[in-house]
Design a protein around this ligand. Structure first.
Ligand SMILES: NS(=O)(=O)c1c(F)c(F)c(-n2cc(CC3CCCCC3)nn2)c(F)c1F
Ligand SMILES: [Zn+2]
Length: 252
């Protein structure tokens, strides 16, 4: 028993008061006029590598200075881009972590940022209540996404858990939807150690990718090259967690 329902044994915070993901109910979100727009300064971002960590495929960035940050919206400081990764299902009707009025998307992209103004390292920030800011973007299936192939073409290089390869000059700005309207709430990492350290910013509009592109994520493996059992990487999403009285705010 290793899935999300067992995580509480080793990580009791799994039953905490600000766990993620959640089901977002748009008409119950409070429109907050004080919520400014979010600003993404990714123009000088520096991607380094792409890897399979046995849970997802992750693209890491150089976060030694403020070259790529997210700011504004619910954030009091600029937060530095550290990595992005995806969650997906085995078929198109589920795969996202957040749901909207009970509906899942086929996948969800998470851009993980940390508060380098208040904390010295990512690991330190990851345990602080305002340490991380994760931008969530839903992926819908339809036409090919014109830039996602840059990532899907690299997936064969990181098929096995523990594999890593160079991945330079990728700017995730090309993965944003047209509108930056968002919902925001206080939550957690959606994978162990499930720290309650994330200010979530979930964009309302999805981007569209094709079934073919999404299928390439499903050729990744949870297992390493040396393991004889080959387990396809799919359904790497945590289901929605109790809201426990939290308020979800909506940008205008
Ligand atoms: N789905 S999510 O909520 O966007 C999401 C994240 F935001 C993360 F930051 C991580 N994460 C986990 C670690 C290990 C660190 C090991 C040292 C202590 C902190 C965690 N590195 N990044 C993560 F795995 C994840 F799934
Ligand atoms: Zn994630």
């Amino acid at each position: 028993l290793t899935g999300p329902s067992a995580w509480h044994n080793k990580y009791p915070v799994a039953h905490g008061s600000r766990q993620s993901p959640i089901d977002i109910v748009p008409h119950q979100a409070s429109r907050d006029p004080n919520l400014s727009q979010i600003v993404l300064n990714y123009d000088r971002c520096t991607s380094i590598n792409i890897s399979n960590n046995g849970h997802s495929v992750v693209v890491e960035f150089d976060d030694t200075d403020d070259r790529s940050v997210i700011q504004g919206g619910p954030l009091d400081n600029p937060y530095r881009l550290k990595q992005f990764h995806f969650h997906w299902g085995e078929k198109g009707c589920e795969g996202s972590e957040h749901t909207v009025s009970g509906n899942s998307y086929a996948s969800e992209l998470h851009l993980v940022h940390w508060n380098a103004v208040k904390y010295k390292t990512f690991d330190e920030a990851a345990t602080a209540p305002d340490g991380l800011a994760v931008l969530g973007i839903f992926l819908d299936t339809g036409d090919d996404h014109r830039w996602l192939h840059t990532i899907t073409d690299a997936l064969y290089m990181v098929k096995f858990k523990g594999s890593i390869t160079d991945f330079k000059d990728f700017n995730p700005k090309c993965l944003l939807p047209s509108s930056l309207h968002y919902w925001t709430y206080l939550g957690s990492l959606t994978t162990p150690p499930l720290h309650e350290s994330v200010i979530w910013i979930v964009l309302k509009d999805p981007i569209t990718v094709s079934e073919k592109q999404l299928g390439k994520f499903r050729m990744l493996l949870f297992t390493g090259e040396e393991e004889d059992q080959r387990l396809r990487m799919e359904n790497n999403f945590r289901p929605p967690q109790p809201l426990k009285g939290r308020k979800v705010r909506s940008s205008n």
